[in-house]
Design a binder for this molecule. Structure first.
Ligand SMILES: Nc1ncnc2c1ncn2[C@@H]1O[C@H](COP(=O)(O)OP(=O)(O)O)[C@@H](O)[C@H]1O
Ligand SMILES: [Mg+2]
Length: 735
């Protein structure tokens, strides 16, 4: 047992009880139940299964049941609750007559994370019989409730339930039952179906019956069609009123991004309580676009049988008839072929698969995969020009938080915007459901390093879903390091997943110059040979870049820049001279050299160089900490601690001798007069400045020390710049 404190709360961690069987792979809750929270201010103790009041901003607080407390992805500790609906939140005409007391509440299957700050205090939820024995007065009427029915938070209410009985069986039981009781039977998870061996006919809901609701095979439906599909079975449901509104389930409701009438609080709470990184992650330093661009020349407009104009890949197809060689990026023939083969195999066999691609930045991973996908679209669209698979790109760098990957994926599948938690459940069901008509979905999960931070469940799910028999999910996961799965998953799991691996080695000098040549030749052709690039220049560019890293991106940037410089030079020449050249111009080593010099002073580099001493210190502390902990996101508090460690005592006095007057003044502000501990508030504006400029991204969290901070630009570039700063170079020399 250990005790830790955070932001006015202490938490206590108990070893999980021996012999508690893990129920399913998703019941991380089994561990989470061991965390107990105590609020410093009033000694309020919370654990799984407690009922609490949660601030709703305005109006009476909301009533919630703690489903679990766990170490989180977005915050240090996640408190997940199931919401009760207050009687006052339901429309009069739908609430059963026996449950219309002001203090009636109805447990819903809507689960959500809440912020610790929003917890108001404890409350008591009683069964009808217990509630009858309590006398309500002003001291307890705001915190004592009766629960005798569950609800889907819309217009469905379960039969009477014995709350005491439910509570005595534990929170997991309550959660499973409320999901069954308050969701129409059609949405029953197919996984449960597998557990019961004998399929029976669909049942209408029977409250308090712990039996599972079972669907027969023929009745399985795609989630997308839910609305229409469960229209009829609901009609014979007990307690169901004539439907004025369209039947909606809890899931359905959370889909709508604009709060519907019956869920205003949930929707609002969703915005407040789950801290996420800024909505707009600045992209100015990212050159890549998330779109898969199929060149216009690959497309051709034709008129189909209905007289509609459709675009086909006619022209591209001619180039790519089966006999035609697979078009690949130069120097990536082998990787392309591997990838192509693996994907074709998975798509044609309609089997899920996970392909794990690794390699350092700029070695053409993304470019190669896109090229291969593009060709698959063209080559596999042969009969009737119908596509044979769907495609989605998720870039870890651009996600606001790792679970946002679920939102993106579910959006692709259903077109609906659902919050991550609900999306996870829906995805789970989707991939378990058998659907003959479903097209295989290829997901490029790029920059995956960025989404494995504290919590590996996102990565695990993306690796695991393809193993489901019916998922038809093909994940191409891209990361910088080869051993990411091994480092983060147990050997047993990673071997069960059976990843197909493709490793992209860095380019050699020779390869880089071939790539550059290829690219420059393309440009030359496009220019009708007006621009000639000298062999020397190509050689120089590739060697120069290869000496820094095997990064094709940098070398190409330099070449493009060299062309621009040459062009500008040409245009600035007097007309007569230009005429003499007949519009031809040679790009030489000098141009490349100029470009090389320029790229080491990019806008980002210039900005970083202009940063204050303190801001650079923040970055250095981040980098050092990141190196040591290996996580890409760090709480601000830890970064400050790191600064303290690094710049305290020894280094500090050493540095001080070298610092200018202004720099010393800045330190005074940060450190205070005597105290050598850094203060968060002094750093606040520095971090904000870095955030606003887009160098870092920080979480919008009131608790400053807990805010997660991560780099928003290429780490190497920052290190490169800081290394050019005499003071900082020493500090990061060890990296
Ligand atoms: N073999 C290659 N041939 C041509 N261009 C390449 C090649 N490899 C990389 N590039 C170019 O280099 C840049 C970086 O490649 P990218 O695929 O984004 O790298 P990664 O995803 O491995 O970080 C892109 O502009 C890409 O077109
Ligand atoms: Mg990439």
């Amino acid at each position: 047992m250990s005790q830790k404190s955070l932001q006015g709360w202490r938490f206590e961690l108990k070893e999980p009880e021996k012999g508690t069987p893990r129920r399913s792979r998703r019941s991380a809750a089994a561990n989470a139940s061991q965390i107990r929270l105590t609020r410093d201010a009033d000694g309020l103790e919370l654990k799984k299964g407690d009922t609490i009041l949660v601030s709703s901003g305005s109006g009476p607080p909301d009533v919630a049941l703690i489903r679990d407390i766990d170490f989180g992805t977005d915050t240090f500790l996640d408190v997940r609750v199931l919401w009760f609906m207050r009687r006052s939140e339901a429309d009069d005409d739908v609430v059963p007559e026996d449950s219309r007391l002001e203090n009636d509440v109805f447990l819903t299957p809507i689960a959500e994370k809440i912020g610790l700050d929003d917890i108001v205090g404890p409350c008591t939820v009683l069964s009808a019989s217990q509630f009858a024995t309590v006398s309500l007065d002003s001291s307890n009427s705001g915190s004592t409730f009766r629960c005798q029915r569950f609800s889907d938070r819309d217009s469905y209410f379960s039969d009477l339930v014995d709350w005491d009985d439910y509570v005595s069986r534990g929170t997991e039981y309550v959660y499973e039952r409320v999901r069954e009781l308050a969701i129409p039977p059609r949405q029953e998870s197919p996984r449960k179906k597998k557990r019961t061996d004998t399929p029976t006919k669909p049942k209408t809901l029977k409250t308090a019956s712990p039996e599972l609701v079972v669907l027969s095979d023929s009745e399985e439906i795609d989630l997308e069609d839910l609305d229409s599909a469960y229209e009829s079975p609901l009609e014979d449901k007990p307690k169901r009123r004539e439907q004025k509104r369209k039947p909606k389930t809890a899931q359905k409701q959370t889909k709508s991004s604009s709060p519907s009438k019956s869920t205003p609080r949930i929707a609002r709470k969703a915005n407040n309580s789950v801290p996420v990184l800024p909505t707009v992650i600045r992209q100015k330093f990212f050159e890549d676009d998330n779109e898969l661009v199929i060149d216009d020349e690959d497309l051709q407009e034709v008129v189909d049988t209905d007289g509609k104009i459709v675009k086909t890949f006619r022209k591209a197809k001619e180039k790519l008839l089966p006999s035609a060689k697979l078009q690949t990026l130069p120097c990536r023939d082998q990787e392309s072929a591997q990838l192509y083969g693996s994907l074709v195999d998975a798509i044609l066999s309609q089997q899920g698969r996970c392909i794990y691609v690794s390699g350092t930045p700029g070695v053409g991973k993304t470019a190669t995969i896109r090229e291969v996908i593009k060709q698959l679209f063209v080559n596999l669209a042969n009969d009737n020009d119908k596509k044979m698979f769907n495609y989605l790109e998720i870039n870890g760098l651009k996600l606001m938080s790792p679970p946002a990957a679920y939102e993106a994926l579910y959006h692709k599948i259903s077109g609906d915007n659902v919050k991550a938690g609900a999306a996870l459940d829906l995805l789970e069901r989707h991939f378990e459901t058998r659907d003959e008509t479903r097209l295989p979905l290829v997901v490029l999960l790029d920059e995956m390093d960025q989404i494995v931070t504290k919590n590996q469940t996102v990565m695990y799910n993306f690796f695991n879903w393809p193993t489901y028999e019916n998922s038809k999910l093909i994940v191409v996961a891209v990361a910088n390091t080869m051993d990411l799965p091994e480092r983060l998953l147990t050997n047993k799991i990673s071997s069960r997943l059976g990843l197909t691996r493709i490793q992209f080695p860095g380019y050699t000098y020779a390869q880089l110059s071939e790539i550059i040549k290829h690219r420059l030749e393309k440009i030359e052709r496009a220019n009708e040979n007006k621009l000639v690039i000298s062999k020397d220049a190509i050689e120089f560019a590739s060697r120069k870049v290869a000496s820094v890293s095997g990064d094709a991106r940098r070398s190409l940037v330099i070449c493009v820049r060299a062309l621009e410089i040459a062009e500008m030079e040409f245009l600035s020449k007097p007309q007569q001279e230009r005429d003499e050249l007949q519009g031809r111009y040679t790009v030489g080593i000098m141009h490349v050299m100029k470009a090389v010099n320029e790229t080491t002073s990019t806008p980002l580099a210039n900005y970083l160089n202009s940063l204050s001493f303190a801001a650079k210190m923040v970055l250095v502390a981040f980098l050092l900490r990141r190196k040591r902990t290996g996580s890409a996101e760090l709480p601000l508090g830890e970064i400050i601690d790191e600064m303290n460690n690094q710049f305290g005592m020894v280094l500090f006095s050493e540095l001080k001798r070298q610092l200018s007057h202004e720099q010393l003044e800045m330190l005074e502000v940060l450190y205070g007069d005597e105290n050598s501990r850094l203060r968060v508030d002094g750093l606040g504006y520095i971090v904000r400045e870095l955030d606003e400029s887009g160098v870092i991204a920080q979480q919008q969290l009131r608790a400053e020390r807990l805010r997660l901070v991560r780099l928003n630009v290429n780490e190497d570039e920052i290190i490169g710049c800081l290394k050019r700063d005499a003071l900082m170079a020493d500090l990061i020399a060890t990296m």
